[in-house]
Design a protein around this ligand. Sequence first.
Ligand SMILES: [Zn+2]
Length: 123
Amino acid sequence: MRLLTHNLLQCHVKGCSTNNYPLRVEATNVVHKEADFNPEFITHMLQKIEWNALRTTASALGVAELPEILPLSMEGQEELLKQIHLVLMETHIMDGKLVCPGCSHEYLVTHGVGNMLLIEDEV
Ligand SMILES: [Zn+2]
């Protein structure tokens, strides 16, 4: 699971609607896989992602220390874009779990795939 995907996930247990984002990553295996760098795509994705959640997660996983505030324009910010690319696209949570800060529900991640399904009495 890419951190890009993680950034878009929130807990969807019934009744869990506050403090349900971002899911805390407790990973036992995080890997780096090279991906083609596409600055336009990264710039575009910056409008969709939650920056603070990404920063916190990247820092907690020891992947990168991202700046607190993004520059107003990404024009000429090649180094920063590469750093964000590394975090969003090249960092994969392979095994571990994602824990909801609100209800403590645990979503397992196995072989890079997150199981976001809930059993019947949780929906
Ligand atoms: Zn929850």
